[in-house]
Write a protein that binds this ligand. Sequence first.
Ligand code: GDP
Length: 363
Amino acid sequence: MQHIENEDCYNGLTVNSGVAQPPSVNPYITHRRRKPMPTVGEIVEGILKGDVTMLSRAVTLVESLSADHQTLAQEVIEKCLPYSGNSRRIGITGVPGAGKSTSIDVFGLHVLKQGGKLAVLAIDPSSERTKGSILGDKTRMEKLATHPGAFIRPSPSAGSLGGVARKTRETIVLCEAAGYNNIFVETVGVGQSETAVHSMVDFFLLIQLAGTGDELQGIKRGIMEMADGIVINKADGDNIDRARLAQAQFKSALRLFPTPASGWTPEVLTYSGYYELGIPEVWDMIDRYFDFVKANGYFDTKRAQQARYWMFETINEQLHANFYNNPEIEKMLAEGETDVLANRRTSFAAARTVLDYYFANKR
Ligand code: GDP
């Protein structure tokens, strides 16, 4: 057909005819069948055999928002529980740029040389799958990413910290059942994410940097008390002296804290993740910690406390979600908020109305 702009009144330009479009990009695409969902028994069997594809599928179920997937995930976790627990769970934190990925890559290889398997998980409540997770990205841990004994999983996508943390905790169970005897859980100092990681690991490693001389100023309150070991990274080249100075500062700051419940006095070491200096020493410290807490019984006490904590956390999280995700409640909350702000009702009266409705109508 003649294009309108090829008519005589449009001088100087010719519009070429276009290329015919194919009927469909791939006419067979609609005929492709999705793989059927394996049964709970098949998933569990796969996990126990160490099948990484099955493990990944189970983790995806854990992370899914669909109620059906959640039911399946819970059944899988329940069946895996008897096979879990047999690992060293190590939390690793540090501000962005502290060298977590570089360090996890070398720590990970060091651990894997001693045999066994390693899972690297992450808690990053700020991450969103679609924008690419900050943590746990395989490209950040190049050596581990291609190691057959390593399983790297990014942080579950953004949600409430409680929800993200619960999913990671459940993923630990699955990984342990699949034979991963070393679990690293990485986090950045966002919100309360360190507290969440601390509540699911046996050893908590804080990666620090030397440099400005006021390292202790910038450190978040409460984090030093949580650390079982503080390691100062980038102790290489011109930075060695500054790293040693920071080490001395951290050591003296730690003396001000009471001895932790574990009875273990946190140690401060320097190392270089990039140049791979001091890695066996850091690992030796972690080995000594495990020997120490296993001998004095704290290892079991802490795991029991954590199990109890997670029971209550899960209840709190589910109650919270059940309440706030109810559309009628959402409407009532908006109305209540308007009334309270306009001084038409007191906060307590408004809260009472919503709660009364919730308790009268809860399933
Ligand atoms: P993350 O954000 O905590 O995961 O930090 P990265 O591992 O991505 O490291 C941040 C930057 O510091 C990168 O450019 C690394 O190459 C660099 N880096 C990491 N470890 C060291 C180290 O031991 N020495 C030196 N000089 N640089 C390092």
